[in-house]
Design a protein around this ligand. Structure first.
Ligand code: IFM
Length: 472
């Protein structure tokens, strides 16, 4: 049986389609704060993003997630869009403050019922739910008590995981603890461009450890309440780090960034240790004494797969970059280089090779760990034309290149089980507000009208044929 291949009998002039393995999971991804809206309905408590987005100058145009894509009230319509796409899986996040408004105590029935309604619709549409427990919407009360730099937040998270697992474990088989803890720790507590907006590098390193601890605690809590067939995972935005040149100084800068961006999460989760070089690099900020005996056993509680979010590579040279920085301790050692070539509306370079590099690295470093691309996609300045069409050829090209890189990685022996496109809908893109559109479905935020873009049709065809069309 061919697992990864090309169509068996291409016509001589025709380039073959790139076929994915049978059972490959095709999905779209979203996150609660970015699409749900209904910020004050049915007892939902405030999250750090509700607070942060109201601080002057923090989010473009003063946008908030109060209404977002109004998904809370449009679940049947949004699931119908996914059914039309033919996706096998849908990755969404559960809003902690909708379930536990203050981050502790009993679950709110109406909040849990919302996810019951969503998963009922998905079941009826034949789409598997993939739930993430934390996509950055920390209940504000937990931040007021100290946030992720405080150890107790990890304990609260494990309790929340148990509560949600017990309530929804009969209907959700695939779970992700955290989405992109690097962003939560370093954009939120060091650079301050994400909620809660703190600029304290030492606190950010504590936050990173407590996020790892929260992950491990949640894995244990979920295993205790879920059926043994449940799949539990973690999603990291791993950095495809490249040194600009082969000089010792550039390679050292890349090593520092790799330690903070990748190994600070991979090592505790998969090897039960902290990277020694990272501890040395950050010695002037912290002695890491907040890491207690036994913590690294908790952080390395076994997972069933690893989720990877990839958008663009990180090119590093020796030098300095401004503070506040999301790279604590590397400010005077590393600078970040923008390569020439095409960029997305985020000003991120289009470079699918970085995804291939990451996947083959993980094949070698984490043998036996199945990988899933839990996010990949691109923002472009899309608009609906007078005929109601949204033409987004750059996004189609971006997706094609990246899926071709995934296919190449499969052929190179990487165990990739699925691909989730970010994102189903245009949505609240954090500090960029509604100014950046990542959706394959256009949302007119004034009317909440949904219009599938050309990329949605392209993705539907790719899924239906389980293969990528050739590109000229
Ligand atoms: O929108 C975000 C998402 O919430 C997390 N990963 C990156 C996406 C694009 O910036």
């Amino acid at each position: 049986m061919t697992t990864v291949g090309t169509s068996p009998h291409p016509r001589p002039t025709q380039r073959p389609r790139l076929t994915f393995p049978a059972g490959f999971r095709w999905g779209t991804a979203t996150a609660a704060y970015q699409i749900e809206g209904a910020a004050r309905e049915h007892g939902r408590g405030p999250s750090i993003w509700d607070t942060f987005s109201r601080l002057p100058g923090k989010v473009r145009n003063g946008d908030t997630g109060d209404i977002a894509a109004d998904h809370y009230h449009r679940v049947p319509q949004d699931v119908a869009l996914m059914k039309d796409l033919g996706v096998t899986d849908y990755r969404f996040s559960i809003a902690w403050p909708r379930v536990q408004p203050t981050g502790r105590g009993p679950g709110v029935r109406a909040g849990l019922d919302f996810y019951r309604r969503l998963t009922d619709e998905l079941r009826d549409a034949g789409i598997r739910p993939v739930a993430t427990l934390y996509h950055w919407d920390l209940p504000q009360e937990l931040e007021d008590a100290g946030g992720w730099p405080r150890r107790e937040t990890a304990e609260r998270f494990a309790e929340y995981a148990a509560l949600v697992g017990e309530a929804l474990g009969d209907r959700i088989a695939t779970w992700t603890t955290l989405n992109e803890p690097w962003c939560a720790a370093f954009l939120g507590y060091a650079e301050g461009v994400h909620a809660p907006g703190r600029t304290d590098p030492a606190a950010a390193l504590r936050a990173a450890h407590h996020l790892n601890l929260a992950h491990g605690g949640a894995v244990r809590a979920l295993r205790a309440v879920l059926p043994s067939t449940a799949e539990i995972s973690l999603t990291l935005n791993l950095h495809a780090v490249r040194a600009l040149t082969d000089s010792e100084a550039d390679r050292d800068a890349a090593r520092r960034v790799d330690a903070l961006g990748n190994r600070l999460f991979l090592d505790p989760v998969f090897h039960g240790r902290l990277p020694d070089d990272l501890c040395a690099d950050t010695a002037s900020l912290t002695d890491w004494s907040f890491v207690r005996e036994g913590d690294l056993t908790v952080t390395s509680s076994p997972v069933d797969s690893l989720g990877i979010n990839y958008y663009a590579p990180t090119i590093v040279a020796s030098g300095t970059h401004p503070s506040p920085s999301p790279w604590p301790g590397a400010e005077r050692h590393a600078r970040f280089v923008q390569p020439s070539g095409p960029r997305t509306a985020m000003d991120w370079p289009v470079d699918a090779e970085g995804l291939y590099e990451l996947l083959t690295r993980l094949r070698d470093e984490l043998p036996g760990v199945p990988l899933v691309i839990t996010e990949n996609g691109a923002a472009y300045d899309d608009y609906a034309d007078p005929e109601g069409n949204v033409h987004d050829p750059e996004r189609v090209a971006y997706l094609h290149e990246h899926l071709a890189a995934v296919h190449r990685a499969l052929a190179a022996g990487v165990d990739v089980r699925g691909y989730f496109l970010w994102s189903l809908l245009d949505n609240f893109e954090w500090a960029y507000g509604y100014g950046k559109r990542f959706g394959i479905v256009h949302v007119d935020f004034a009317s909440q009208r949904r219009t599938p873009k050309d990329s949605a049709r392209w993705y539907a065809e790719t899924i239906a044929r389980n293969s990528l069309p050739p590109r000229g």
